[in-house]
Unconditional design. Sequence first.
Length: 220
Amino acid sequence: MAGEDGRTPRERYRTQVRAEIKEHAREQIATAGAPGLSLNAIAKRMGMSGPALYRYFAGRDDLITELVRDAYRSLADALRAPASGDADLAGLGAALRAWALDDPQRYFLVYGTPVPGYHAPDDVTTIAREIMGILLDAARRAGARADSHDGTALGAHLARHRQWAGDHPADPAALGRALSFWSRLHGVLSLELAGHFAGMGFDPAVLYGAELDRLTRAVP
């Protein structure tokens, strides 16, 4: 018999078990990294047999896809919240860092070293493009900036090679601005979350803020 949410008890139980499996997978990844993900180890922890767990996820790649999809969707939601109020690039940069620091392993799952042998399905790429679309919208609103790529080799290159932007109408200057924003901020975040700034005696938040300021400073 279906409940108020329209699902049967069996469907609700299946959703609950899948969520528990994903939680154990996240814990395992935090300890051993995504390449070390083991469905048999998760099944043992949950008191299930390996074949029983495979009724919920077809295999390792299926489980990783769910985790990657959840991570991308979480970031899209985190960026969409400020973007809904026409947030500028600075606002999106702050939201990106807050999201990354909230769960470093989730960050590395999508922006760290690729999992050997794993290839994300097309719908995951669609969510990644949705995230880039939010950034491109902000880059277009930013107007002329000190780091404008008009007339540069990069600007000319991006005018011809814009597949990564999908069908977004951003001009080459906005494309360059968004690409610089994305790559430079992820560079700082990746180094910080991997612990490469440890012992250097400065606050990574200040470095990130300075980089964000350089990327978003308007031409006087």
